[in-house]
Design a protein around this ligand. Sequence first.
Ligand code: SF4
Length: 952
Amino acid sequence: MATARGTLFGLPPTAPHLRDFLAALPGGRWVITGPDDPRLKSARDLLDEDQLERMETVPLGEFAGRLLTACGVPAGRIATKGQLCAAFVDAQRTLGPDHLFAASAHHVGFAVELADCWSDLRQADIGVDQLMAVAETMSGPWREWTQGLASLGAHAEALLKDQSRLLGSDRLRQSLTILPQPLPMFDGVVVLMGTSEHLLAERWAKWLVTMGLDVRVVVDAVSAESPLFEPHRRVSERMGWPVVYSEKPVWWANLFTEKSEPPVPPPALALHPAFDALAECEWALREAMADPAPGRHQALVVPDVKEYAPLAIVSASRFGVPIRAHYSAPLLTNGLARFCLELLEALNEPDPRSLARVGQLSYVGLDASEWGELDNITRQLAFEGNGAWGDLAVWARDQSERMVWLQCALEWRALYGHQSLTLIQWRDHLRTLIGDVMHVNGTPDPGDPTEGRDDRAITALQRPLADYATIFGAQLVSFAQLVIYLRQWWTNEMVTVPAQSENGVQLLVAGSSLKDVRQVWVLGALESKIPVRRRENTILPDAIVQALRDQGHWLPNSTETALAERDRWARTVALAQDSLTLMYPLVDDDRETIESGYIRATLRAAGQEDLAAKVYDRSWTLPPPDMCRSRAERDIVEAWAQPTRPPEVAEVIQVGVQEQIRPGDQPVTPAQLSMARLCGFRAVVEQRLRLYPASERLSLMRFASLPMNVRLPQLPDGKEARAALRQAYNERWNAIAPFLSETERRVIEVASKKLLTGWAHREHLARTYHEWRGKGEANPVILTPIEGDDRTVRLQADVLEVERTNHTVTFFTSMVSLPDAKKWEWTPGPSEAQDPYRFWEIMILMSQLPVGEGQVPILEVETVLNGRQRHILNDRGLRAGMDTKHQMVEIVHAATLSLTRQYARHRALEGFRILDSGTARPQPGPHCEQCRYGELCRAHAEFGDAATEGTT
Ligand code: SF4
């Protein structure tokens, strides 16, 4: 017979401490329970076979139910979290439009927050009456806020009661009303409280003592002096039980104190920042593989499992290391779930066109021609009105097996698409639909991992329907309304991703405790992730928490919750029994990072403040050969170590194609010749074929030729100039606008307005400068022959107007862009300018312009981005600079015309030879930096084949 007594044990949250504690329990039958289910599961893993025979781990609510039954009190059914959430959704509908919560009332996420908050309040033994009483003590909006919370809670609880459901804490509350009596079912109870402050569980544990049991409550604690695990002091005070601390010291006892001498030697410590989150996972796993049998005794501990799990899983599978990552992910990240939702939404549309979007999902697996057929038929039928869906069903029946999903879905729509049913009925019919359409790619092989994943997704898809059905009962819901509900519910639903290997390296979330691991790598130890920043609870802000405290109810405020981050870190480092490696990414989302202050606190507590970091920065993308642990990695490293030969640059070799590319007898432009000297590929693609990268096609550059098209200088006045530019702009805009997103449209519209205004304004200024506007030689397309050794090249240049004086000849043209004036520097001779492409384009053009003896050629150019420039060829050094009055930059190229002709001819012929080869051969170099054709030519100096093969 057990002795009735209650004891509060303060234990460091480590597996060895709990194991020793459980081993020291007196003989007899024991129940281990507590409010934290993962902790209970970890405790169960620590029990040996003998202990398992006499010790049972039971979740708190279930155990409380068993006790009630033993005392002859019927234990009601506990509501699921989804049902509580559904009850709050219904409660939110009662809010008037002026209520403080009205703006959030239609969000399911708000109901989820309310459900969590209400559970916390009830665990603290705070209910509707207590909230109403506290509201009376408050004023202003907080009063209305608290009353609103209370009335929503009252509504939700009443709904649950109607469906005979209660909260888990209600069972504890019921127990407290039972009079003391002996419960000889077992000899003692261990309540694992950890750091949770579950006030009802505390009172319930004391009640257990009155029922004649030996009750041992275990809280996280290190010592009476330690600043860690503050909640244990409050638990002791509330229960009136002194804390019995463990006598077995821990190395991290001095965490967050000034002391730097650990009471016992720490595990082997290391600090290994890595380049980014993926590099962290890879290096942690490589180090884990140094162990001859990597497995469950090792753990990667991360701040956010959802973020790190995909990286860790993919790295582990590459290295061939077993990994045990068990986590929850949003339901709609599952292919089947997304397919089901998009399919239902498409079936709810007035016409079947959206089914083509469903057919594009990779889950469906249609090939391009099958998808094309589906797209065509849905477009054709879209305007047939009511008969469209029926005709599509007939078409689907004639299709190959790949379209079985479509056939099933259309038959299902014909049966239920216009019905109003209860949620339970909808759940049953959806189950049928999902069952019919889910094996769109055939039945998976037994053991196929996607099958297990999809089974879990199907459970998660049905779960909210069942939960809401419990609350909404016999309410009828139309198919259209159901589809809206499903998007809301499934967006908030999570699905568990099972562990890939039971005995693999564990992936744990920071703060996990009681895991029996010897080697630990703590990843992602960055400021703002560990610790996360203090933030007030959105539903229970500090003002309300304080008012509750003033009335004798206890809840943690945001400062106390933020302080608990230290406890989370302590539990994290406490996991390590043999070695602890602290890591963080040097770059996160392309930004440099700040290491968590907790890293330094840990090194200090371990007496190793001077520990040097080993940094796996970008230069460690691959390990040196002696650090390769897996065959796959060794193969890659060896492959990289092989001598490389420069990749062959792709060029056109088919004679027929070369013929098409060659200029032949057609005239060529200075731009083509100038570009060909730099890069044959770009000259052909951009200058001859006029192919532009998508980003450029949709940019302002599309409007660059407008001044040329409207023959700007020949228009009689400013008004006409503006009108002509506007009209030309509108025509071009109508052609490109359908291909732009809304945001791009807005940006381009604003920028193009400035462009038109700028052109018109500068043209107006030019007319105060040039007397010749409208009187010069109009439309002079210049064709100049350039004599080569074996060919004569016909140069073609389109200039808008020419003005001649005794000393100068000014030509006006427009170009897409010219560099900033500062970039032009040239001295006569073989040196190149900073922008050789545009520079030689200008030079070739100027050198060939028909000017008379002693006349200086001047080229005036209107550009898209750099305003207007006047290029003057004059070896007598005319003044150059900004003509602010006329908003024009003057650039003097100090060279004689004859010397310029000599060099320009040489370069033009060089360019022509390249064009005439017809090979379109890429010539990578520094000019690639400004080029957007890199992905086409595959020779870009930075990311082309050459770069990726390590030869440049
Ligand atoms: S990226 Fe370089 S090599 Fe490729 S087309 Fe552009 S300039 Fe030529």
